[in-house]
Design a protein around this ligand. Structure first.
Ligand code: ADP
Length: 495
């Protein structure tokens, strides 16, 4: 075990807890954020430490991790589970703690299978929340503030405000809760509250009850000192019935403590000039590599070779209704009719997986579908296609469109949430703008923008201007990391 000095420094101490952190474990954008923001916080002087469950995905990475605590006792309902805690670090030297409990986390996936969630997610994430807090108190990491993310960590602000309030270790601790996606609410039957160990009195509509169920997400929203979400536009949207998914009322009540802070991009991982997943690097001013990346991709995925010179569209996404998978499915045949290539990488709901695989089989020359999670292929698609499709029904921030810009890949997005905040429509007249946007959630509106994009694609100088605008856009973390630090300081002062 480390000696106590290791956990005691002068700077602001933040316990940063998330259910996925790249590169250790990832299903989506949350992992990218939790994997990159802490390094920027560190560079601004914050003593930040990151915690996540020790999933099989992380174990398979053969990390150099050291056991720092053995047999941590974590109450769960009437029992106490014992688990170990290991320490490793990010590339930039941020300490990372992995909460090991084989029966809960050593599984093929993080949250469930294509058929549905794991049956014991309440136990799994209750364990993680309590273990993270108890670990800190056991090793003397007297953090000022816990920054937690999404429903899996939603109980943490509730524990800090209720169950552990009288414990001197936690009595001055503040909490920030970030909503990365309001569609995932961590809903469970109320009789399972006793497993969480929270006082029964907290189960009411002003507390963690959500229409007859416990909601971990709501717990985060209600008990945290401040709530953030990942784009300014989404922070407004989630306060409306249309996008609030039943949480809009409670969010409106807390609107004085709700902030929209745009996610940043990690340009050390997502940068065509140094991407370790592509062989032909390129940058603005030397774009030959992009053409080679495209030719490689066309070959790798077995598209007809004419697509090296024809426009190729791509999508890298979880396959879920949120992502507009249904809109894309409706227009695949039109895209084939326009003689554009289409590349899809995705994993998610069984029905969408089957639908896209079927379309890929029907049009093998023009449509390449890969089902699964493949980090390397995601990067090669970003570099190799001409346009990236992001027709989301709603999108808290969205990272793929931001990465696409850096790769000279033009995003075609629906004007919602972070997509609306980050992409400006291209105006061929003035030469300004970075992509194409449509508003109505309609297949026709989406297809119209694809047609617009294909038109500009044929006008080489116009297209190059558009590509250049995107590659010059800067969505690095510096500004947003500063906004988080200001918020931490404010919240800590008021706690
Ligand atoms: P979300 O978090 O809602 O899934 P984001 O756009 O914020 O959406 O982030 C998605 C992240 O997950 C990106 O890094 C993207 O490249 C990655 N990703 C999504 N699906 C896959 C996949 N099937 N294989 C590899 N990476 C994927």
């Amino acid at each position: 075990m480390k000696d106590a000095d290791y956990f005691m420094t002068e700077s602001l101490k933040v316990w940063f807890l998330a259910s996925e952190v790249a590169p250790f474990a990832k299903t989506g954008g949350l992992a990218d954020v939790a994997g990159s923001l802490p390094a920027y916080l560190k560079s601004l002087g914050v003593d930040v430490r990151v915690g996540l469950p020790f999933y099989r995905m992380a174990k398979d990475r053969d990390l150099k991790a050291q056991k720092v605590l053995e047999g941590l006792e974590v109450p769960l309902g009437n029992t106490r589970l014992r688990g170990d805690v290991l320490e490793t670090s990010t590339r930039e030297g941020v300490p990372v703690y992995l909460f090991d409990r084989e029966d809960l986390f050593d599984r093929p996936n993080l949250y469930g299978t294509p058929e549905g969630d794991y049956y014991d997610n309440l136990e799994r994430f209750t364990y993680f929340c309590r273990a993270a807090l108890l670990f800190a108190s056991k090793v003397g990491f007297q953090f000022d503030l816990v920054h937690c993310h999404d429903w899996q960590t939603g109980l943490i602000p509730a524990y800090v405000k209720t169950l552990y309030r009288a414990n001197p270790f936690f009595s001055n601790v503040a909490s920030v809760f970030t909503i990365h996606n309001i569609g995932y609410q961590g809903l469970f039957p109320p009789d399972r509250l006793r497993i969480c160990g929270l006082p029964g009195a907290e189960y009411n509509p002003e507390g963690l009850e959500y229409w007859g169920k416990i909601s971990f997400l709501k717990a985060g929203i209600v008990y945290a000192d401040a709530i953030t979400t990942v784009s300014p536009r989404y922070s407004q949207e989630i306060q409306t019935p249309e996008y609030g998914m039943g949480m809009d009322g409670i969010l409106r009540k807390r609107s004085a403590d709700l902030y929209g802070i745009l996610n940043g991009a990690d340009y050390t991982s997502w940068n065509p000039a140094m991407d370790r997943h592509i062989t032909n690097h390129y940058s603005l001013g030397n774009m030959r590599g992009k053409r080679k990346c495209k030719a490689d991709l066309v070959k790798e995925l077995g598209l007809h070779e004419r697509f090296v010179d024809r426009p190729v569209l791509g999508m890298v996404s979880r396959l879920a209704p949120q992502k507009g998978s249904d809109l894309l499915a409706q227009i695949v045949e039109d895209i084939v009719g326009l003689d554009a290539g289409l590349v899809i990488l995705g994993a998610g709901e069984e029905a969408y997986q089957a639908l896209f695989l079927e379309l890929g089989r029907k049009y093998p020359e023009s449509v390449a579908v890969t089902i699964g999670f493949d980090e390397g292929l995601a990067h090669r698609i970003m570099a190799g296609v001409d346009m990236l499709l992001v027709p989301s029904h709603y999108e808290p921030c969205g990272l793929t469109q931001i990465y696409a810009l850096k790769y000279g890949t033009v995003p075609i997005v629906r004007a919602t949430g972070g997509l609306d905040d980050t992409i400006n429509p291209f105006d061929p007249g003035s030469g300004e703008g970075t992509g194409f946007k449509f508003s109505d959630y309609q297949a026709k509106a989406f297809l119209d923008q694809i047609r617009e994009a294909l038109k500009v694609f044929e006008d080489r100088p116009g297209w190059m201007k558009l590509v250049e605008n995107g590659m010059q856009a800067d969505f690095s973390w510096e500004k947003s990391a500063r906004e988080y630090v200001s918020l931490y300081e404010k919240v800590k002062e008021e706690a």
